[in-house]
Design a protein around this ligand. Sequence first.
Ligand code: IMP
Length: 422
Amino acid sequence: MADLLLGLQWGDEGKGKIVDVLTSNYDIIARFQGGPNAGHTLEFDGIKHVLRTIPSGIFHSNSINIIGNGVVIDPVVFKSEIDGLSKFNIDLKSRLILSRKAHLILPTHRLLDAASETAKGKAKIGSTLKGIGPTYMDKTGRNGLRIGDIELSDFKERYRALAEKHQAMIKFYDVNIQYNLAELEKEFFEAVEALKQFTFIDSEAYLHDAQKAGKTILCEGAQGSLLDVDFGTYPFVTSSNTTAAGACTGLGIAPNKIKEVYGIFKAYTTRVGSGPFPTEDFGEAGDIMAKVGNEFGSVTGRKRRCGWLDLVALKYAVQINGVTQLMMMKGDVLSGFDTLKVATAYQYQGKEIDHLPYNIEPENVSPVYKEFKGWKADLTGMHSYDELPSELKSYIEFIEKEVEVPIKIVSVGPDRKQTIMR
Ligand code: IMP
């Protein structure tokens, strides 16, 4: 059996912290989609570390970490992650394994991402520019290169054919993208050599055998449900299935083998990049959330847009993923507000609706809010649910009632220890 952990909003919910907290219960942690657009932040013993492609179980000595077939890997970012982990003395080579079917991000994929975004002008997605979209396009277009191709004798020729095609495409965009391909390729092929020290596996077979042997597996999602290419706020989404189904296609785990689905959400909402965000707050409240919550992208450093919790969107994500347990992050950031707001419905075409419609652009929907009394207490040193202020308990219990799923973890700070289990 496998359990699944996903973000329910627009990413940055704090998945890295929770995977890290839960890891001791699992033999295997497996990433199933996305790539180095992710930045999973872990904090423990005064150390802060951001993981990009490597699963968040890497700091626990008893877990095997798998990068599944649904992930896209940039060897250059991967190598820098490996180099960054060297100071922790982790036996990476025995604890980190890669699917042969995972696709490779080429330097020209990154350039294509930049060309495509520049050509879009004002309509740009706000991509992290890590080459994610172009790599998934090559995957579904059946042109991509995979980890397993590195083992083939003609890998360099295959690389060259694809890179040349990309160069022609970059020209087609007719935008001014400056690059030195020779330098980028040198870095790429050095990183590919570093990648070769790791074990490449047929991960679906490995995970099948692991399940038969009774091993416990945690599938780690990246980004969030509202960035899913099918169910998110298209076209302002990422290029993979960030929802539960992505774990099946991105690892080869059958749907009936998934047991618990842990849904992670922030006590408020953030979004980075372009696209609709009905509960965005452009005033003081949004600024306070950004400041207190340190809402700056862990990959790009961009300031995140902030706003109130949106229960319409949260319910939608819970339904699509079949969430069985909720985990609420960053409750501590809301301390100090006199009043909190939560969107419980949308005004849409003259009616009040409680589901997410096709178009949630501001001219189509406006949120209907319920207000809650805030609390002043600092939560960051609290260790049990009983200690939490009664106003926060009312907030939590209201969410549970609306969404019909229990909130099992309340996080009150970035450190592993600042985690309240219910
Ligand atoms: P891309 O996946 O880099 O192409 O970015 C597409 C959209 O998803 C942009 O709005 C990004 O800001 C957003 N995005 C991608 N990855 C993450 C993430 O890990 N956290 C939050 N937003 C993300």
